[in-house]
Design a binder for this molecule. Structure first.
Ligand code: TXA
Ligand code: MG
Length: 341
């Protein structure tokens, strides 16, 4: 199949909307990462997503809407919990996914057999326009091959999906750069399942206490049940051996500069670059968490295209927007962290 790269013109949005309504796949830019979209109400179309990505069928998908009223109009949920209204009012449209009791119209392919469904109302104008043109909710995971970093540029999607899907809409670089925050409001005390652009602190300021699923920050134990199926899969691991270093600025530089191994690189803060005597892959300023999130997946793809063997990464903070970066990097490093006193 030929894969066409489309600019988000009015005609191309129409074309994409029609293709989606007819059961085709279209990769679309969102404010977080690029998504691989299908008509969420069409199980056959949704199955194509799993094939194109090589995604395990028991990992459920997020349903995207372009207006809050579509939740009821399309029978996506059984009920909208009170806390979902509060979150929607404050953070939608935006990088937040809310899990609610599943409605009758959602096919099992989307929810992977669970009795809940994940809903997101993205803020990206192109995503909204495509959903509105398709006139159906869109199921869309990140548009990468399973096990590879999520795509934050159209060229990343082309790299992974060329020949597998008919259309990719090029909307430039994604602003947030990591996937949406995922929260379930099904239990009385909501649980943060995946950190993202909306922080824990922001969520708690609107709905009070939010638990953080253990799998967000720690390695899951053998046999432990995943609250979100996505967390149990082996996540992206770079070809090089990635090890995170938790230390002061000076200790980090000293450790790497005295390292005798070959083909060593540093996944570092921008401020570290000029002090290092190895190849540096900076992922943002030390105190700019939004910039770190925006860059991290692109930098990980860059590392994979290089021939480095060992990468010493600066361990991100775990607070605010950095929690999302930490969550992705700690997995990429297979939870390997060196603490330098
Ligand atoms: O920013 C995003 O969320 C992007 C863009 C395209 O919207 N999408 C995305 O989708 O990251 P995906 O499929 O790569 O990640 C969805 C995550 C998975 O970890 C999945 O297990 C979890 O959400 N999830 C989906 N439905 C769920 C449910 N009913 N219960 C628990 N976890 C669920
Ligand atoms: Mg994904």
């Amino acid at each position: 199949m030929e894969t066409r790269l489309l600019l988000p013109t009015k005609e191309n949005i129409e074309l994409s909307g029609n293709a989606l309504r007819n059961g085709e796949l279209v990769a679309v830019p969102t404010e977080t990462v690029y998504g691989l979209a299908a008509n969420a109400l069409n199980g056959t179309a949704v199955r194509k997503i799993f094939t194109a990505k090589g995604r395990p069928m028991d990992n459920p998908l997020i349903v995207h809407i372009s207006d809050f009223s579509q939740i009821e109009r399309f029978n996506l949920v059984r009920e909208i919990p009170e806390k979902a209204y509060l979150l929607a009012e404050k953070f939608w449209p935006g990088p937040l996914t809310v899990i609610m009791p599943k409605g009758s119209a959602v096919p099992n392919e989307v929810s992977a057999g669970l009795d809940t469904v994940a809903i997101r109302y993205p803020s990206h104008p192109v995503t909204q326009a495509v959903i509105t043109a398709a006139d159906c909710p869109l199921a869309a995971p990140s548009a990468n091959t399973s096990g590879i970093p999520s795509p934050t540029a159209a060229r990343h999607v082309m790299h992974d999906m060329n020949g597998k899907i008919p259309y990719i809409i090029d909307g430039g670089m994604c602003e947030v750069g990591v996937e949406s925050t995922v929260i379930t409001v099904v239990p009385d005390v909501p649980i943060l399942l995946r950190p993202g652009g909306i922080t824990l602190e922001q969520l708690e300021s609107v709905i009070g206490k939010v638990e953080v699923s253990e799998a967000v920050l720690y390695k899951m134990k053998e046999g432990q049940k995943a609250e979100s199926p996505g967390m149990k899969y082996k996540h992206y691991a770079p070809k090089a051996n990635l090890i995170l270093i938790k230390s002061s600025d000076d200790k980090y530089i000293e450790y790497i500069n005295s390292c005798k191994k070959e083909n060593v690189a540093a996944l570092c803060y921008n401020e570290d670059v000029e002090k290092l005597n190895v190849k540096a892959f900076p992922y943002g300023n030390k105190n700019d968490y939004a910039q770190q999130a925006n860059r991290i997946f692109d930098v990980l793809r860059e590392i994979d295209e290089s021939d480095v063997k060992t990468v010493y990464g600066r361990c991100p903070d775990t607070k605010g927007a950095a929690m999302a970066v930490y969550n992705r990097l700690i997995r990429a490093a297979g939870f390997e962290v060196i603490e330098l006193a």
